[in-house]
Ligand binder design. Structure first.
Ligand code: CO
Length: 196
């Protein structure tokens, strides 16, 4: 089932998220719905708060980068099969010199900006079978994970922009929260005028 993706301005995107246990109701169904929703919107990551669930869960599918010619052949091979579920994730270390990457977000359609982040992370998480992993990620995969991880921390990529950039996109963000944006996937806008 395709779920509506909540837009910028919805309080759920800022809410403190909770860890889940393996008894979380209908987890398989939740994951299936999240993947379906992400693919319909042509996303490469989706966090549970974006579908109105304030829990520590996100999914990543980096496979579209498998033929990205900006990446080394080694990295292309790595991302070409990278599809994962991250439950109760905690980034325990970030390292390296910050690099810029042009990010976007399914909750903030039509806005893309360069965001600076460190290239290497160490993360603890559970997979969909509640097996615990401690893993290092780098490059584009780390970047996608950091963006989704921010969602479960109530942070959006636009928070990380310079004060000037923030001013420049302020009215655009307000319009998005009202639904005044062209988008071809299902969304829920917090400040949309109710139709009578
Ligand atoms: Co996002």
């Amino acid at each position: 089932m395709i779920l509506p993706i909540v837009a910028y301005g919805d309080p759920v995107l800022r809410k403190e998220t909770e860890e889940i246990t393996k008894d979380y109701p209908n987890l398989d169904q939740v994951l299936e719905n999240m993947f379906e929703t992400m693919y319909e919107a042509r996303g490469i990551g989706l966090a549970a708060p974006q579908v109105n669930m304030p829990i520590r869960l996100f999914i990543v599918d980096a496979t579209p980068f498998g033929d990205d010619e900006d990446l080394s052949e080694e990295e292309q091979n790595f991302v070409s099969t990278f599809k994962k579920v991250f439950i109760n994730a905690r980034i325990i270390e970030e390292s390296g010199d910050e690099w810029a990457f042009n990010e976007g977000c399914l909750s903030i359609p039509d806005v893309r900006e360069d965001v600076f982040r460190q290239p290497n992370i160490v993360m603890e998480y559970y997979d969909e079978n509640f097996k615990k992993h401690t893993e290092n990620f780098s490059g584009i995969v780390a970047r996608i994970i950091q963006h989704e991880y921010d969602h479960i921390e109530g942070i959006l990529f636009t928070d990380k922009l310079s004060p000037l950039k923030k001013r420049l996109i302020k009215s655009k963000l307000a319009n998005i929260s009202k639904g005044k944006v062209g988008v071809d996937y299902r969304m829920k806008f917090p400040n949309a005028k109710k139709k009578r």
